[in-house]
Design a protein around this ligand. Structure first.
Ligand SMILES: [Zn+2]
Length: 240
């Protein structure tokens, strides 16, 4: 199955927190979107890998995405090496996305910048014809494929975006998808330990950031992204 947009997150819930509004909007525009979780988030203080699997499936249904996979790298300990890059290359060549979204380039959690660089490197390498990979399952050789662009979402740290996407009208869906991860976020009835993301302040701040980025560009809500390379436009009208 070919996808238009493939979103990679180091942990289940990263994609929703960083780009949930954009994903919901692109799905509503008829785009085929997939999410690949790099780990099952098994080191998370709250919940468990099994609980997070179920929450991720629920969030995927809410967002209406076409596919969600988990490559089950080791939470906290995965590295950006040849073996991990090859696994990501196989996924990129399987789904042939034009656009890839991935973790923040700099963040509090060490897996976020690490996952960001791993996915970005794999997107480049995936375009090299002399790297041979086989499809899981049927063992077919895969063709080289390089996504046209790689954009990084913004997570814990307030990074300055290079561009924002107007997600007005899609923040309710983003919030609903985030709250599908009931083990992770604010729940006054939970007796699990507090974490940096389980406070009411955190979930409020995610919504507030969308509102604030929207304010800066004159829309209701927006999500910000950074780019690693110059993005080309067809002509000056393209950005109006
Ligand atoms: Zn994360």
């Amino acid at each position: 199955m070919k996808l238009d947009i493939l979103v990679f997150g180091a942990h289940p819930d990263d994609a929703e927190l960083g780009a949930g509004g954009t994903i919901a909007k692109e799905v509503s525009r008829g785009k085929k979107v997939g999410i690949i979780d790099l780990t099952r988030g098994e080191l998370g203080t709250r919940g468990s890998a099994e609980i997070r699997d179920k929450e991720a499936a629920k969030a995927a249904k809410i967002l209406g995405i076409a596919v969600r996979e988990n490559v089950e790298f080791a939470d906290g300990f995965f590295v950006n090496d040849k073996a991990h890059q090859l696994e990501i290359i196989k996924i990129i060549r399987k789904y042939k996305p034009e656009i890839v979204l991935c973790n923040a380039i700099d963040d509090r959690h060490i897996d976020h910048p690490k996952g960001s660089k791993l996915v970005s490197d794999a997107c480049f390498l995936s375009g090299l014809v002399k790297i041979d990979t086989k499809m899981e399952g049927d063992g077919q050789w895969q063709d080289a494929w390089r996504p046209k662009v790689v954009y990084h979402f913004i997570q814990w740290k307030n990074l300055d975006p290079d561009f924002v996407v107007d997600v007005s009208g899609f923040v309710e869906k983003k919030t609903e998808a985030i709250l599908a991860y009931s083990s992770q976020f604010f729940d006054p009835d939970s007796d699990e330990p507090e974490t940096p993301i389980s406070s009411k302040n955190f979930i409020d701040s995610v919504i507030y950031r969308a509102r604030d980025l929207g304010r800066l560009v004159g829309v209701e809500h927006a999500e910000g992204f950074t780019v690693e390379r110059f993005v080309a436009v067809d002509n000056l009208d393209s950005l109006i």
